[in-house]
Design a protein around this ligand. Structure first.
Ligand SMILES: [Zn+2]
Ligand SMILES: [Zn+2]
Length: 432
């Protein structure tokens, strides 16, 4: 273990009471073990070595997030049950709900893409909200259920896969592309989705996961998979899900006493797994750009459109801000992710000792931006659902959509597999 560091960077808590519990934690970005002293609500504690946010304490960690989750669930129910968008041309009308995109992709034989859209826009947001509500209601009940730790652990893991915010941007792109073709009416589900996005972003911003874990500890709720008491042997290992530091031997199959996640000092086989995913994504990136993601057929003649072609169409329609957005999300982001991860992997393997903080920042950026590439996939699913006017005009999905969807998912998984602490290990900064 290295020297203990870590201190609140900003404190504006006034005379609020209740300090947090002082505890040992490991920075998940650089691997430095540090004692976090008792801090006041409204404090941001940062890692002294790499500047990662270690903890953001909240003045009201249970009340406000609870209200937000309830609001978000109500809005989600509205978004699921009402019309999202209606289009009409030549007296024919079509409307779409959140389910229409996945259903029509499946009807065209693109079940993989349909499943991906359904999972990221319906399955994951629903799971996240229901799980958070379960934990927050459980914490208020006299006999909280034991599964709460496992559920909270999954909320932490699956957070990036709920993509309501990205979907709304995809919907916006679809709206602009539809404008010259048909008359469009936005339905109540669209407004509910906008509210849901705000509520979900606010929930994530105002929740202090560490406070939830602390409260579970205080209530004496043990994980379902009973973990043994922390051993006296071995090294200090920070759980990569709940960030609790336990003492265990590497490879001893120990599990985190707080959330029952298997304990590893570093993510297992991070380099090999990450390389495998980066190389597969890079290969798939070729058909993703070569094949059309959709084909618009008007009066019998088809116009296939690749990802880059879609950007050109937006430029031709004088929608340059949107063209820039789609170009960034669909072309720049995947390239940046693949190059960034490859450079990080090489830097770890070659044991570079310089630019440690810069490389950690590169990892943070790569990890955050990846999900925004889904814009094009969401846009295609909406166009396929809405533009079905027989011989007049229709949109069919193309092979490029499958390859591109796979690139987005694999690059997201690659970033999750990579362990930024290896950057600091390779430079000899974490003598454990
Ligand atoms: Zn750090
Ligand atoms: Zn844990």
């Amino acid at each position: 273990m290295q020297t203990l560091a870590g201190a609140p960077a900003t404190t504006d808590a006034g005379d609020l009471p209740a300090l947090t519990r002082p505890h040992l934690l490991e920075c998940s970005d650089c691997g430095q073990m540090q004692h976090l002293p008792a801090v006041e609500p409204g404090t941001v504690a940062r890692c002294r070595r790499c500047d990662a946010v270690l903890r953001r304490t909240r003045r009201d960690p249970f009340g406000l997030p609870f209200m937000l989750v309830v609001t978000a669930l109500l809005l989600f129910t509205v978004a699921l049950s009402l019309t999202l968008m209606g289009v009409s041309t030549a007296g024919i009308q079509h409307s779409a709900t959140l389910f229409s995109g996945p259903e029509s992709m499946e009807a065209h034989g693109f079940w993989e893409v349909g499943g991906l859209v359904a999972l990221t826009t319906i399955g994951m947001p629903g799971f996240m909200l229901a799980s958070l509500l379960y934990v927050m209601v459980g914490l208020r009940s006299p006999h909280p259920p034991r599964h709460m730790r496992t559920v909270l652990g999954w909320v932490e893991r699956l957070r990036p896969w709920a993509m309501v915010d990205v979907y709304l941007l995809g919907l916006f792109v679809a709206y602009v592309k539809l404008q010259p073709l048909v008359r469009i009416e936005l339905g109540p589900a669209f407004y509910a989705l906008c509210g849901l996005m705000v509520a979900m972003v606010a929930t994530a911003a105002l929740t202090d996961p560490e406070a939830l874990w602390d409260e579970l500890d205080r209530r004496g709720i043990r994980p379902v998979t009973a973990a043994g008491p922390p051993g006296r042997e071995g090294v200090l290992i920070g759980c990569h899900v709940c960030h609790q530091v336990s003492r265990a031997s590497e490879g001893s199959r120990g599990v985190c006493p707080r959330c029952a996640t298997p304990l590893h000092r570093r993510k297992p086989n991070a380099i090999a797994r990450c390389w495998a995913l980066v190389i597969t994504s890079a290969l798939l990136y070729i058909p993703a750009n070569f094949y059309p993601v959709l084909t618009l057929t008007r009066l019998g003649s088809g116009a296939p459109s690749t990802i880059l072609g879609g950007v050109e169409e937006l430029l031709a329609a004088d929608q340059w801000p949107l063209a820039l957005l789609v170009f960034s999300a669909s072309i720049m982001v995947p390239m940046l992710k693949l190059t960034g991860l490859a450079v990080l992997l090489i830097s770890v393997q070659r044991r570079w000792t310089t630019h440690l903080r810069d490389r950690t920042t590169v990892f943070r950026i790569v990890n955050t931006i990846g999900r925004w590439s889904m814009i094009d996939i969401f846009m295609v699913s909406l166009l396929v659902a809405l533009v079905q006017f027989g011989k007049l005009s229709s949109v069919t999905p193309g092979l490029g959509a499958i390859a591109f969807g796979a690139v987005v998912i694999l690059t997201m998984l690659a970033a999750e597999c990579f362990d930024p602490r290896l950057i600091w290990d390779a430079a000899g900064e974490n003598a454990n």
